[in-house]
Design a protein around this ligand. Structure first.
Ligand code: GDP
Ligand code: MN
Length: 367
């Protein structure tokens, strides 16, 4: 999921990355007032989700409130790569001495976050890679270890920022990496990171969030999405995730595991009338927990229909990045239909809790 520059900048600011003074507006008059408030020359920035709007006329400068009003009216008529402009971010115009490039992306091919930095910012990263590849520094972060501030400073040194800026650039790199992780981002980018008389400021900001992680990014989610406390969820010390519909059933599942000498990694009660979407979210939560080796899904169809459970399971398994063996105990309302759906997709299930629990323990002991 892409978010707008103004939203990314709010997040950057909250997480220790300086951004220009700004105000979001939706019409010329608002922009005029915002410029009065800011009380200097401003930059008017079209808020669109597509990239490269500067080159496409989506950014204008204004020296006074009247000018800002007029230019904003012009921008609001613009379509950028098919996207209608309807919000303008009015920002103090920075006095830019030089422009750096900084980003953190998830490199899926090696499953590690990659920090990319350069003192040749402002232009596209592809252009930097083509024209001055020697000025591009790439640094893979080992996701199993903590990324430390001195490592961020090393990157600053390697790209060759002036000595007096090493520590400040290091902090920005470190903060950018931490927010990348905190917000489950796939890309966090500052281009340009502007060197101004006031110091380093993120003149532009880009943040894409991993769609599969949205369930745990409640701050970013719109209304209608899940709240985290919708489920009763407890993390435990074992390696088998226990999911059930109803607290009693979930607890019985845990007891049954114990009986076969298994240890639960989670207690997750999805509640009585759980929908297909809730089942899918519950599975996402436990699968993203690295301690979980096996999932034991214990569902008694009542209000929750077995076919919904089956469909929820299938939707997650199709897109799950981490393959975790799943043992399903599925009975109750629409059980034939639910079991048929699982059978068709080659997912095995049990109808008794005992059989499912012992199978889960057996699987976990082999991993
Ligand atoms: P993009 O085209 O979507 O990447 O938009 P940016 O926000 O990165 O702006 C494009 C370019 O406009 C930047 O690389 C800067 O060169 C310039 N720019 C943006 N904000 C300012 C500013 O406050 N002052 C000055 N002087 N230039 C700016
Ligand atoms: Mn930019």
């Amino acid at each position: 999921m892409k978010i707008y520059e103004y939203q990314a900048k709010e997040i950057f600011k909250k997480n220790g990355i300086p951004v220009p003074i700004n105000q979001l507006t939706e019409n010329g008059l608002d922009a005029e007032r915002a410029t009065e408030n800011i009380n200097k020359s401003v930059v008017l920035k079209s808020q669109v989700l597509v990239g490269g709007r500067g080159k496409l006329g989506g950014i204008k400068f204004a020296d006074n409130p009247y000018d800002a009003h007029k230019r904003t009216d012009e921008l609001l008529k613009l379509k950028i790569k098919g996207e209608q402009v309807d919000k303008i971010l009015v920002e103090e115009k920075l006095d830019i001495e030089s422009e750096f490039y900084l980003s953190v992306i998830m490199d899926r091919s090696v499953r590690k976050p990659l920090i990319i930095a350069s003192t040749e910012g402002g232009v596209d990263i592809e252009e930097i890679a083509r024209e001055t590849p020697e000025k591009l520094v790439k640094y893979y972060v080992n996701s199993l270890e903590e990324f430390l501030p001195y490592q961020a400073r090393d990157i600053a040194i390697e790209i060759g920022v002036p000595k007096h800026l090493i520590s400040k650039t290091g902090i920005i790199i470190w903060n950018l990496f931490n927010l990348f992780q905190k917000y489950d981002a796939t890309i966090a980018e500052i281009n340009p990171l502007a060197l101004t008389p006031q110091g380093l400021i993120a003149a532009d900001a880009k943040l894409d969030i991993d769609d599969d992680a949205l369930y745990r990014q409640s701050e970013l989610m719109n209304k209608g999405s899940v709240k985290k406390d919708e489920f009763a969820y407890v993390e435990l010390d074992g390696d088998i995730a226990v999911i059930g519909n109803g607290a009693g059933l979930t607890l019985s599942g845990m007891d049954m595991l114990k009986l076969y000498r298994g240890e639960a990694a989670t207690f997750l009660d999805i509640g009585g009338g759980a929908s297909k979407e809730n089942i899918a979210r519950a599975l996402d939560i436990v699968i993203s927990n690295p301690k979980v080796k096996v999932v034991f899904l214990n569902v008694l169809g009542g209000i929750t229909r077995a076919d919904d459970v089956a469909n929820g399971v299938i939707s997650v398994l199709k897109r799950a990045e981490r393959k975790v063996p799943l043992v399903i105990r599925l009975t109750g309302t629409n059980e034939e239909e639910g079991q048929r759906i699982l059978n068709e997709s080659g997912i095995s299930f049990e109808t008794s809790m005992e059989a499912a629990a012992s199978k889960a323990v057996e699987l976990s002991s082999k991993l």
